[in-house]
Every structure is written in structure tokens, then in C-alpha cells.
Ligand binder design. Structure first.
Ligand SMILES: Nc1ncnc2c1ncn2[C@@H]1O[C@H](COP(=O)(O)OP(=O)(O)OP(=O)(O)O)[C@@H](O)[C@H]1O
Ligand SMILES: [Mg+2]
Length: 371
């Protein structure tokens, strides 16, 4: 930390996207209060049981569910963070790997901000520490001239560090984690004497995420793989659960921007069923569909619902109709390949066409898919 007193950042009152520990601060307080007699792993702010309740919800404590997934999978993720290995969440895009890692960090250490965003340009400086060069030149290397990066902070403060999209980093940068994860020690060779070795405080661990469609985890060194507990985050398998999640999330997002529109059950049904079926390349009654090259994730279904709500609010006096969904579907589908839009048209003419009720109105809007 710089010797000069740092000015604190003036935070806006209307934060666009508050992190989970701020958004759900009251829930975390309640869980903490109710949790006092439970045994917590050293350095944790909540017990594993309350961490699970924070993520899956707890009616008695008025804690909202935040993630749709199997309890056993979440228990394993939480346990992994109490072991001497890190947690690696892998999966398709938009399966809430980042969201889950944020929730885990918010519950376990009340801070999800220690984040390294993996990319080809990440260097050791971004991960461990760098220097305030003015102070370095004036005073030489010292704790004052050292500028901590997330791993240094996580180790000194006993917090979780989130390493997003780790496989996008060059392998030699990924391997920076080797001794840190196995020995829980970081060496600072520039510093004198005792200061050369930084031992991790209790509570420190790493949650990494990796997208299976990016450069794969196969390129990760075997040594590093052994230092992580791997967990695959699956897409939501049950349509009803996905509809409920999209309803909850899109309502929350629209509410945050002051839009009083909500997607009714009909709109949610056509939107989420379309995403669900195209993602699985199978209709709910088991007919095969052509797989799209784009993942059609739940995260995108939420964004599409959000966009459709905004559209209806500003251009159609708040009346949500199938046309809003069709228009915003195009932007989601048209990403990787123009073939995908043709496949979407065929989905309309082979599947949507044969359905009744609201699906008829949905089908009538198919011209919007023409270019
Ligand atoms: N199982 C789920 N539980 C809760 N939210 C989900 C789930 N699946 C998808 N979502 C939605 O996806 C959003 C978050 O997606 P997130 O960015 O975390 O995905 P990701 O797996 O990290 O994607 P990417 O691989 O693109 O980084 C959530 O805010 C939520 O709206
Ligand atoms: Mg992510």
C-alpha cells in the first residue's frame, strides 16, 4: 500500500450493478446472526451450511434463492473451498459460473471483489503484486512501494480470490498459482529478510472459472489441475426451473431500472422454451432439432427477457408481446454463424407453427426473422 494517504473513491449512490455482498447484505447479516453457534472453517464469515442457505435460499430467514442447481453439487463446491485445493468451475457459457463464484465469495468472505480477469495479456503483476515506480526509485523495494494485486490481498486478508476465465491466460501465468495453492506461500524476492515470504492467512483460497468453449482446460498443466477440485456447472435441466429463474431475474433487473413491465407466464413460456429447446437441440416432446453454434444460455435468456421488457416499455406503452421476444432473439442467435438464423427460422416453421395458444401469435411474428 502506498505510504501516501490514498483518497477513497467516492461511490455513486445508484450503483449500476452492486456486488452480491452489497445487494444481499441484509441476508448475509441474518445468516451470520443465526449462524453464531455453528462451527466455521478458519477464516470463514459463515458456516458451510449457511453458505449453502445463502445460495439456495432459506424461507425461515427470508433468504432468496439465487442459483438453480443441485444441492449435492453446491455442497461439493463449498467443501472444496475448505480444503487445501482451489475450486475450478467449468462449463458452457452462461451457466452462471461467474455468478456462483461471486455468491460463494460474498458468503464466505463478504468480499467478491478480489478478481483476476484471465486474458492473453495477464502478467504476474496483475496476479501477485507490482510496484509504485516513483516510490521504488525513491526508496527502493519495500512494503510501501509494493502495490498488492488480488492474490497478495487474498493471502494477507484471508479472502477468496476469483480467477475468471483462467484458461485464457498463457500456461506459464496460470502456473504462478502452483506454489501458492500447494504451499500457501508467495515469495517476494525483491524484499529484504522476513518480508520475502508471504504466508496465506486462513480463509484464503482460489475459485477459478473456465469456459469449455474457450481454449480448453486441456492446455492447463497437469500440476495445476491437481491443485484444483474440478466441478462442472451444468445448464439448467428442468424447463420449469429455468422459466422461474428467468422470471425472477428479469423482474429484478427491470425493477432496478424502474421499469414496471413484467413478463407474464405466456411470454416466459415462449421465450424460455425456445432457449431451452434450441440449446438441447431437442423439443420438449423429444423431437430432434438442428444444433445451433451459439450456446443459447440461460444468461442470454435473461438478457433477452430484459431487453424485451425495455423495448415494450419505451416503444409500446408497456405492453409485452411476442414480437418483442422475436426481435431480441435475433441478436442472441446471430453471433457466430449466419446459419443459426436459418435454423431459427426452421424452428419456427417446424415447431412453433404446430403449437397452439400464445405460440400462434409468436409464429405470426416470424417475418421479423427475415433479413
Ligand atoms: N443455474 C443458474 N442459476 C442462477 N442463475 C443462472 C443459472 N444459469 C444461468 N443463470 C443466469 O446467468 C447469469 C450469469 O451468468 P454468468 O455470467 O455467471 O455465466 P458464466 O457461466 O460465467 O458465463 P461465461 O462462460 O460467458 O462467462 C445469472 O445472472 C443468471 O441470470
Ligand atoms: Mg463467466
Amino acid at each position: 500500500m502506498s505510504a501516501k494517504k490514498r483518497e477513497t473513491i467516492k461511490q455513486p449512490v445508484d450503483i449500476q450493478r452492486p456486488p452480491a455482498e452489497i445487494l444481499y447484505a441484509a441476508e448475509l447479516d441474518r445468516l451470520d446472526e443465526a449462524d453464531r453457534n455453528e462451527v466455521r472453517p478458519a477464516g470463514w464469515r459463515l458456516s458451510p451450511r449457511s453458505t449453502l442457505a445463502f445460495i439456495l435460499g432459506d424461507e425461515n430467514l427470508n433468504v432468496a434463492p439465487k442459483f438453480v442447481g443441485k444441492r449435492s453439487f453446491l455442497e461439493r463446491c463449498i467443501v472444496a473451498l475448505a480444503t487445501n485445493r482451489g475450486l475450478m468451475l467449468i462449463g458452457e457459457p452462461g451457466t452462471a459460473k461467474s455468478w456462483l463464484s461471486e455468491l460463494l465469495a460474498a458468503a464466505i468472505c463478504r468480499d467478491s471483489s478480489l478478481l483476476i480477469q484471465g486474458s492473453a495479456g495477464v502478467t504476474e503483476d496483475h496476479i501477485k503484486y507490482s510496484w509504485n515506480y516513483a516510490l521504488l526509485l525513491a526508496e527502493g523495494p519495500s512494503l510501501q512501494s509494493l502495490v498488492p494485486a488480488p492474490l497478495y490481498r487474498g493471502m494477507t486478508e484471508g479472502r477468496l480470490v476469483r480467477f475468471e476465465e483462467i484458461t485464457r491466460c498463457p500456461p506459464e501465468i496460470q502456473d504462478t498459482l502452483l506454489s501458492i495453492l500447494s504451499d500457501r506461500v508467495m515469495s517476494l524476492p525483491e524484499l529484504p529478510g522476513d518480508e520475502r515470504t508471504l504466508y496465506a492467512a486462513n480463509g484464503f483460497n482460489v475459485i477459478a472459472t473456465a469456459n469449455v468453449r474457450d481454449r480448453g482446460v486441456n492446455e492447463m498443466s497437469a500440476a495445476l489441475k491437481r491443485r484444483f477440485n474440478f466441478e462442472t456447472v451444468p445448464p439448467i435441466a428442468v424447463l420449469k426451473e429455468e422459466i422461474e429463474l428467468v422470471r425472477r431475474e428479469s423482474e429484478r433487473m427491470l425493477d432496478r431500472v424502474g421499469i414496471p413491465v413484467a413478463l407474464g407466464p405466456d411470454m416466459l413460456e415462449i421465450l424460455v422454451t425456445t432457449f431451452h429447446e434450441l440449446r438441447q437441440a431437442k423439443t420438449i416432446d423429444g423431437k430432434g432439432l438442428e444444433p445451433l453454434s451459439t450456446p443459447m444460455s440461460t444468461a442470454e435468456a435473461v438478457s433477452t427477457a430484459f431487453a424485451a421488457g425495455i423495448h415494450a416499455n419505451y416503444f409500446d406503452a408497456g405492453r409485452m408481446e411476442p414480437k418483442h421476444i422475436v426481435q431480441h432473439l435475433i441478436g442472441t442467435v446471430l453471433k457466430d454463424s449466419t446459419d443459426d438464423i436459418k435454423k431459427l427460422r426452421r424452428y419456427f416453421s417446424h415447431v412453433v407453427k404446430n403449437r397452439t395458444g400464445i405460440w400462434k401469435k409468436y409464429y405470426e411474428e416470424r417475418e421479423l426473422l427475415e433479413d
